[in-house]
Design a protein around this ligand. Structure first.
Ligand code: GLC
Length: 809
């Protein structure tokens, strides 16, 4: 058995056997308003709506020891021995310990000297509180007497203010105990943000009588101690200390006596109720009502079922049966979970990321590609939000803060790619739903200062305006100007004078145009269609005229029109993205497309994943005048194995029909495979969640995984696997069934909900090909393959279930 974990696919979970994994392994809990993450050691924090301005509890992202504090429970025996079901913070040796992450909840099973604890954390869909559900069982032959202390440290809400101004802000808060409700309350008199009417009352409540409490971290813990050995636990009393300034926390004490064989369930609710600064008594009344409901027998169970149903529905949209167990597990279970994480949190919050990044425009656009086929309404609402962050000239604001009501990062950061992701997202949504009325919905533009709304335009006009911006921002090769960057955050270093051009965004633009042309066609926008066809032809020609380097595609032109990513360059000769995106956009001859991907396979593949470029730019002053200086060699955009970019190589190889490469690029990066191959202590990330990048071989930390969970790798791997490898791809014309799979796979099965119908899909491969559908039947009737292996929606009208058989060959 792997010493760290075991997957339990039947229960869609991972059992983690240790708390001291090489980094915290996170699970995100959320009901869409209240959010938290919890690690396999009980570390983590909670935020309400925004991790920027409404952090309810603390988590010290740069602390040692790592992963503190969290949602802690101390169990104290009468003799003073104390332990925690999450191992942390006590770290007292236990007789057994296991953490288990599941979609929407985490649970811990631990035992010590015949006392068993089962502790789970989840957020009910209808109540803004984290439920800590603790069941204790006495397996001894004699009675046991236990004191239980839940503990969490409160935050001052706004992260940056807390870090910079906490030494003043600590004078603006108060904790008090509500004996009637067995609840410790916390009120932070925030000035500025969050807005006064949104400031939440925060609380920790217990279902059992509270025999002591503390609202004062320092008094609870004691001088020069830590959460590991609080003075209060030693003296078996929380001290009943409350504060009107200082470091707020919530600790409670319950006492239980258990006869031999007896069990007890004790629950804690860590919650938030807005409005306390506006209407104190009214807010307290609401809070008591909420707590009362949460304590009502059956409510927690019902809420857990409701949460579970949400996830079941989410998974059920598409499931596969394939001969590769790790790949199947990732596709069926962990990809959808990870895509929900990125869909909710963009690139903002994990063990290392404190939450301050807000919504990245390009990032969230890409994240929604994996949401579009499972939850099209969520994706459509988000797309409209993103369109409200587009300026009237068509470009988009790079970062925005919907919950924080902070102005978006203003127009100075103009990027060549941000707005061009919109057509990809619109295509993904419309291909799934077929509901073109979305195109007519009105969305305002953003004012030039990034602070307000101006004018209204339809969704379609927003898309056309994105085209307009790229059309009017092209350079001397007629390629898009790089501006501040394209997808690659630092490629703009080649374009500081504003003249540099990007091949990647040119290819992205062509793909965007191809989708728009189809949408225009399907929705009867004839004039616009003609214009789009023109733009597309021009950009294709521009790329063909200047971007081929002989054995691969160039990456860019710098301000002086010197090629970047050419064999002529000393550093950064070959970049991955233009090779894969040539295939995605379909610009180039088959020979060129294959040659580009062959060069990538030959030069960039490390056996773990493909490097973003080769060779890395030397980075240090004196050694190098390279423009990409900054990231150390092999790190980040300077030659790491950029997993996010590997996803497009998977798609490109699948489109080329080369299953060997396509599946290799997918499976070698599967988190569990990379974890295994690199080794847990070198890899240092979860074996179930994607990372943004892995340090490349040009660096002695080769194999170290970075930016866990919150990366575009997650949605794109989800899309690459379901829509290109398995090949079940929603398109404007219908559902395409066009897999690319290892020749020795004889049969795969897929269930897919599409337009209200459940498709039971069986793909057979008797001739052992890698790609190509010879025939496609729906309920035994052959479909017309005139425009490819596509099931038109009309075939499904009025049906709840159909069986589909696709014969490869
Ligand atoms: C990071 C950024 C993302 C960018 C990528 C490549 O993941 O969050 O916006 O596209 O790096 O530079």
């Amino acid at each position: 058995m792997n010493k760290y974990f075991t997957f339990d696919d039947e229960n869609r979970s991972i059992r983690i056997h240790r708390f001291d994994t090489p980094c915290p392994w996170l699970n995100y809990l959320s009901n869409g308003r209240l959010h938290a993450f919890v690690s396999n050691a009980g570390g983590g924090f909670a935020w309400w709506k925004s991790p920027v301005i409404m952090r309810l509890t603390r988590y010290r992202q740069y602390n040692l020891p790592l992963d503190t504090p969290g949602f802690y429970v101390y169990i104290r025996e009468a003799d003073g021995i104390c332990w925690s079901p999450t191992m942390r913070p006590c770290e007292t040796a236990l007789d057994s310990f296991e953490a288990r992450h599941r979609p929407g909840w985490s649970e811990f099973a631990a035992s010590k000297n015949g006392v068993e604890a089962a502790l789970s954390y989840f957020i009910p869909p209808d109540y803004d509180a984290i439920v800590w559900d603790l069941k204790l069982t006495n397996r001894r032959t004699e009675r046991v007497s236990l004191d239980i202390f839940p503990y969490t440290e409160f935050s001052q809400f706004e992260f940056e203010r807390e870090v910079l101004w906490g030494y003043y802000v600590k004078l603006m808060l108060r904790t008090w105990f509500d004996a009637g409700a067995e609840t410790l309350n916390y009120l932070f008199h925030a000035q500025g943000s969050p807005r006064e009417d949104e400031v939440p009352l925060v609380y920790l409540s217990s279902t059992h009588p509270v025999i002591s409490y503390s609202g004062d971290r320092d008094d609870f813990i004691g001088d020069y101690r830590s959460e590991r050995n609080p003075v209060s636990i030693g003296r078996n009393h929380c001290g009943n200390s409350l504060i009107e300034c200082g470091q707020p926390a919530a600790a409670l004490q319950n006492h239980v006596e258990l006869a031999a064989g007896e069990s007890v369930t004790v629950r804690y609710f860590l919650g938030a109720v807005p409005g306390i600064m506006r209407d104190f008594d009214g807010t307290i009344a609401v809070q008591r009502e909420v707590i009362g409901r949460l304590r009502t027998p059956g409510v927690i169970e019902e809420q857990k079922d409701k949460m579970q149903r949400w996830w079941d529905e989410h998974f059920d949209v598409m499931q596969c049966g394939i001969p590769d167990v790790p790949a199947q597990r990732q596709i069926n279970i962990w990809n959808p979970i990870n895509s929900v994480v990125t869909g909710r949190y963009s690139r903002s919050v994990n063990t290392w990321a404190p939450g301050i990044r807000g919504v990245g425009y390009r990032d969230t656009c890409q994240d929604m590609l994996a949401i579009a086929y499972r939850r099209p309404k969520w994706a459509a609402d988000t797309m409209k939000y993103l369109m409200s962050q587009q300026f009237a000239d068509g470009h988009a604001t790079h970062t925005s803060y919907p919950e924080e009501r902070k102005p978006s990062v203003p127009a100075t950061t103009m990027h060549s790619d941000d707005h061009l992701w919109l057509p990809l997202l619109a295509n993904a949504i419309l291909a799934e739903t077929g509901d073109y009325s979305l195109l007519e919905d009105q969305v305002p533009y953003l004012t030039d200062d990034g602070a307000g709304e101006t004018g209204g335009a339809s969704v379609w006009e927003h898309l056309m305006q994105a085209v307009e911006f790229t059309e009017t921002h092209r350079g001397i090769h007629a390629l898009p100007l790089t501006l501040k960057s394209d997808w690659n955050d630092i490629i703009g270093r080649f374009a500081k004078k504003g003249r540099g051009e990007t091949v990647f965004a040119g290819q992205q633009y062509v793909l965007a145009l191809r989708y728009l042309i189809e949408i225009a066609q399907a929705s009867g926008k004839t004039d616009d269609r003609a214009k789009l066809v023109d733009c597309c032809k021009r950009m294709e020609n521009a790329l063909l005229a200047c971007a081929w380097d002989g054995a691969w595609w160039l990456r860019a032109f710098d301000d002086d029109a010197v090629p970047v990513g050419s064999n002529q360059c000393a550093e950064g000769k070959l970049f991955l993205n233009p090779q894969s995106w040539a295939v995605l956009s379909g610009v180039g001859s088959r020979e060129q497309l294959v040659a580009g991907m062959d060069s990538a396979a030959r030069i960039l593949d490390t056996g773990i994943g493909l490097k973003l470029l080769h060779p890395s730019f030397s980075s240090w002053e004196g050694e190098s005048t390279a423009k990409l200086r900054g990231y150390a060699p092999g790190c980040g955009e300077n030659g790491a194995i950029f997993c996010h970019a590997n996803t497009w190589a998977v798609i490109a190889e699948a489109l080329l029909g080369r299953a060997g490469n396509a599946w290799k690029y997918f499976t070698q990066l599967l988190p569990a495979n990379a974890f295994e191959k690199v080794g847990a202590t070198r890899y240092r990330a979860e074996p179930y969640a994607w990372v943004s990048n892995i340090v490349g071989p040009d660096n002695n930390r080769f194999g170290w995984a970075n930016v866990e969970q919150i990366s575009g790798t997650a949605p794109w791997m989800d899309v690459a696997a379901t829509q290109y490898l398995l090949g079940v791809r929603p398109q404007i014309a219908g559902l395409r069934i066009d897999p690319c799979m290892p020749a020795d796979w004889k049969e795969i099965t897929i269930t897919r909900h599409y337009r209200g119908c459940l498709l039971d899909i069986r793909i057979k491969n008797p001739r052992g090909v890698q790609k190509g559908i010879a025939s496609l039947t729906v309920d035994g009737k052959p479909t017309d393959m005139g425009s490819g292996p596509i099931i038109p929606p009309t075939v499904l009208y009025g049906k709840k279930n159909v069986s589909v058989e696709a014969l490869m060959g």
